[in-house]
Write a protein that binds this ligand. Sequence first.
Ligand SMILES: Cc1ncc(C[n+]2csc(CCOP(=O)(O)OP(=O)(O)O)c2C)c(N)n1
Length: 269
Amino acid sequence: MESKALAKAVRIDVVEMIHRSHASHIGSALSIVDILSVLYTDIMKYDTADPAWEGRDRLVLSKGHAGSALYAVLAEVGFFPKSWLENYDLNGSPLSGHVSHKGVPGVEFSTGSLGHGACVACGMALASKLNGKTNRTFAIVGDGECDEGSIWEMAMFANHFRLSDFTLIVDCNGLQSFGPCEETIELLDLGRKFRDFGWNVMEVEGHDHDALRKAFSARPSNGRPTCVIAKTVKGKGVSFMENNVLWHYRDPQGEEYERALSELQGAEQ
Ligand SMILES: Cc1ncc(C[n+]2csc(CCOP(=O)(O)OP(=O)(O)O)c2C)c(N)n1
């Protein structure tokens, strides 16, 4: 599937999943749909028939509260049946609200405690390097998640060990659970911070598939890890959810659900 077609399908899946289960984090999920779609169509090596294939690239969704988007992508590309999405975050489903790898093909690591997944991904990248492997490792963090001290310990570590096959993607939508990131803890210039920590830094428009493809394909030759700062919109794709912190926790029902679906179904690919 082409990345834009995948993104359109996944946005619709996410709205349906969160509507059915009355789950949270719809804005957080819609924010990363384009990033995930480009990664899973044009960038990452994987085998849906053999999810544990040794040579695969790894992705850890460190902002695990946006799990609905990752599950929908994995189902759309064929890791498990799309029918699984129907029980997302309902009793007995392997697809829990925050990402779980237990019984879910294609998920590398369970996340939800912010600041944790990126560190585990960094360890995966170190293991690959020590084993002489050339697979890539990706982690997606939120900008609010960058308030966690562990992110900066990871940043020092990844540079020190020259983890050049490690790419950290910051989903920079400017909002966290209750308000703007800048009002919670000032992040100032994130790109400059990562540069000062020794990383290659690319800043891109996080819903532009060509720009994302270009950034994820670039492989700087200086041996350093890469941070892609993706400027995104929380709730992207549904007009009344965009940049509205209400949709961190709220789930769409009734007229809101119908309107969200019709906007997404009518959207260009
Ligand atoms: C260690 C930890 N503290 C607090 C939370 C609660 N929490 C869930 S989402 C969230 C905000 C995250 O903001 P951001 O990383 O910007 O992601 P966004 O939802 O904007 O995509 C918080 C504080 C958590 N999951 N883990």
